[in-house]
Write a protein of this length. Structure first.
Length: 300
């Protein structure tokens, strides 16, 4: 007899949400970063809509500071899926709008992604953007509903969240507004990894232990790259590391790890007391409300 476990329940809820998006919105999109959460969303979309095509394209907001492994994986996955990929270039937005890039040792373009994302939403008329955010990642994300409305300027107001009772999701919006949708909002990092193990989902190699040249910064290991300023007093060391989350090379730190299999990674996560963003995202440590401030201005 088939046993309906908690992963089945999470999967069923996520598939229901994806189908609600397809039913309620005219021009949805799935925001894809090449990270484990958006890759999990792709698997869920396959279960929700195959053997048909996805009712939405994949959209990647490319800062130009990505890990090469994540970009290579993105392209291979899209080719296998046979789905449409739309790439919004932050580099092009900077040049066209003559934006001022951040300066400093870790000059992240994360805040500038907002301009490109809003441009892509306007250009293609997207009324819903599906993303892989989870409530356990960061406290600002925990304030969001599964259907999270953005106003005509792409801004988010945490005090104006809609109730979501009995799994009923309200997608009614006014002209110019759009909704950010989070189908795995009720999942944890551990849930995602358990699902990846069960479904045998392939991931970029940087999620697994490997050797990489790094510098130490605030008790974190940051990869040496063309996008990070190496100072005279920086000591470059080869370390065995892996990544818990995939962001830009300018703002994502690695963790020391020998975990080279999914089972070993799951055991590490069970033992840790720090969230993945709390441990590895430099940009979230700028201030207590760094993520919330970015979200209010239109960041995903």
């Amino acid at each position: 007899m088939y046993s309906f476990d908690y992963l089945d329940q999470l999967e069923s809820e996520a598939i229901h949400i994806l189908r609600e998006v397809a039913g309620q919105f005219e021009r949805p999109a799935l925001l894809f970063s090449g990270g484990k959460d958006s890759i999990t969303l792709v698997r869920l979309a396959e279960k929700a809509f195959r053997p048909g095509k996805f009712p939405f394209p994949l959209v990647h907001i490319d800062t130009g500071h990505n890990f090469p492994e994540a970009i290579d994986f993105r392209d291979q996955l899209v080719q296998r899926l046979g789905e449409k990929l739309i790439v919004g270039s932050v580099e092009e937005t900077i040049n066209e709008k003559k934006l001022t890039e951040p300066k400093g040792k870790f000059a992240s373009r994360n805040a500038l992604q907002t301009y490109t994302l809003l441009e892509v939403i306007e250009k293609y008329g997207f009324d819903a953007c599906i993303g892989g955010a989870r409530r356990d990642e960061e406290k600002a994300r925990a304030k969001e509903r599964i259907f999270s409305v953005r106003n005509e300027f792409g801004q988010w107001e945490p005090k104006l969240q809609r109730p979501e009772l009995w799994n009923i999701y309200n997608g009614r919006i006014s002209k110019g507004e759009n909704v950010r949708v989070f189908p795995i909002s009720n999942w944890t990092e551990l849930d995602v990894w358990n699902y990846i193990r069960r479904e045998k989902i392939e991931l970029p190699s940087i999620y697994f232990s490997h050797e990489r040249n790094c510098i130490s910064f605030q008790d974190q290991w940051v990869a040496v790259s063309p996008f990070v300023t190496i100072d005279e007093d920086d000591h470059i060391e080869k370390r065995r590391v892996r990544y818990r989350t995939v962001g830009d090379m300018t703002c994502t730190a690695a963790v020391e790890s020998n975990a080279s299999t999914i089972d070993e990674i799951i055991n590490e996560i069970i033992a840790t007391k720090t969230s993945e963003r709390g441990e590895t995202r430099i940009d979230d440590k700028v201030s207590e409300a760094a993520m919330e401030d970015r979200k209010k201005n239109g960041y995903f």
